[in-house]
Design a protein around this ligand. Structure first.
Ligand SMILES: Cc1cc2nc3c(=O)[nH]c(=O)nc-3n(C[C@H](O)[C@H](O)[C@H](O)COP(=O)(O)OP(=O)(O)OC[C@H]3O[C@@H](n4cnc5c(N)ncnc54)[C@H](O)[C@@H]3O)c2cc1C
Length: 399
């Protein structure tokens, strides 16, 4: 039995680990375009300026792990074709890897600004270790950094840079930061946090042009013109689905999968950021939790184990002295209720549609986050009225 995983990051490695832990007897080959052992992604934006930040400290698994577990990791190799007749994956080096199962764990790539705004070769976005290495090198002689896009990665970069005394400006085209993923209330909280810490956030402004000068960039938006030492682009990602499309697997803005995370082609699966599980989530989920959860579904299916039950997506972000933990998916038409946590500086926002709890965002409030996770897990019905009641001890909801 040959199982080929394309992509050695959070999803791909998690799958190999699940399979090995559960005594999978077949051969596992992981193909990875990058030429170094994969690293954890969250520290790239959160800790890249910390003294102890190094590649070796954040390896997803050490080299020995692959050897001990007899997982073949082929680095610096890209899966370019799939020969469905001969059941081979064909690599950049022309090597053919036979398969019984293929798992796409190809993730996502950063979106880039249109070439007319800034030439592609001058755009710096953050997705992997090679990107952060470039960024660390380039910021050394700089002071003033402009980040395009106020999603979580842009905000985490801003926080790390600001904590290290860089001057930071963020330009966001929407009328508020984190608009795609967070409640209005949480956006306001993070806007305030960044402003109080000296980050300049400009919303509702479209970037028209970035002109590269000798040693700096000139930024032109719909409303202003200013100079900056360096531009970082954080405008979201797009899933890596080209190879799946090439072999006629059904795709929309991700590779379509069912609840087993199997694609429209039998024995070919997709997990992590590239997989679109419309039945259960409806939208693409870009998170470590989803990478691991989807891997556990595929592993259980292949091993003939019981299907892991649905899990509500959860996510975290660290910015300045704040830890955000959120569970569920925010929907724009939600009603959001604020609760102060037990400890000073702890807050949570509970978003409902009618009496359906959709999402809980907790800031420095582990208790609210854990209880919210349990509410989703145990399918406890919770009303807006209960959450509005300041006297309510949240623990009572899950008794
Ligand atoms: C800076 C940063 C910070 C983040 N912080 C958080 C966080 O705090 N919490 C959280 O939940 N999530 C966070 N995320 C998101 C999280 O990292 C992703 O959801 C996760 O990495 C998805 O894992 P994946 O394995 O699906 O895809 P990816 O991590 O994108 O990996 C895909 C891999 O596939 C390889 N590949 C693609 N195509 C081919 C091919 N044809 N042949 C061979 N190899 C190929 C790529 O080189 C890549 O290594 C962060 C992301 C970034 C970039």
């Amino acid at each position: 039995m040959n199982l080929v995983i394309i992509g050695a990051s959070h999803a791909g490695i998690s799958l190999a680990e699940h399979l090995k832990k559960n005594s999978f007897r077949g051969k596992i080959t992981i193909i990875e375009s990058a030429n170094t052992i994969p690293v954890e992604k969250p520290p790239l934006s959160k800790k890249f300026l910390d003294n102890d930040f190094s590649e070796a400290n954040i390896f997803l698994r050490k080299k020995e792990w692959f050897e001990v577990n007899e997982v073949d990791l082929l680095l610096n190799e890209t899966a370019l074709e799939i020969d469905k007749k001969r059941k081979d994956v064909i690599l950049k080096s022309n090597q053919r890897i036979p398969y019984d199962y293929i798992v796409f764990a190809t993730g996502a790539k950063p979106k880039m600004l249109p070439e007319v705004v800034l030439q592609n070769k001058n755009q710096l976005a953050l997705r992997d270790f090679s990107d952060i290495k470039k960024i660390i090198k380039l910021i050394k002689s700089k002071k003033n950094i402009t980040i395009i896009g106020a999603g979580y990665i842009g905000l985490e970069l801003a926080s790390s840079l600001r904590k290290n005394d860089f001057e930071v400006t963020i330009i966001e085209a929407s009328d508020r930061i984190l608009k795609r993923v967070a409640s209005k209330e949480l956006s306001e909280f993070f806007s305030r946090l960044h402003s109080e810490n000296g980050v300049k956030i400009i919303c509702n402004e479209n970037l028209e042009k970035v002109i590269q000068k000798d040693n700096f960039f000139q930024i032109i938006t719909t409303k202003r013109k200013f100079d900056t030492d360096l531009v970082l682009v954080g405008i979201g990602v797009k899933p890596e689905i080209d190879l799946a499309k090439k072999i006629s697997i059904d795709c929309e803005n991700g590779i379509l999968v069912d609840e087993k995370y199997e694609t429209s082609t039998k024995n070919i699966f997709a997990i992590g950021d590239c997989a679109l599980n419309k039945t259960e989530y409806g939208v693409l989920i870009e998170s470590i939790h989803h990478a691991q959860f989807s891997a556990s579904r595929v592993s259980s299916y292949i091993l003939g184990l019981q299907k892991p039950k649905y899990e509500e997506p959860w996510f975290w972000s660290d910015q300045f002295n704040i830890k955000l933990q959120s569970v569920g998916l925010y929907e724009q038409k939600s009603t959001t209720i604020y609760r102060a946590g037990k400890r000073e500086g702890s807050h949570s926002w509970w978003s409902f549609i009618g009496d359906h709890l959709k999402c809980v965002e907790a800031v420095n409030d582990v208790q609210a986050f854990s209880i919210a996770k349990m509410i989703f897990e145990k399918k406890v019905s919770v009303s807006q009225k209960e959450i509005k009641n300041k006297e309510l001890n949240l623990k009572e909801l899950i008794k």
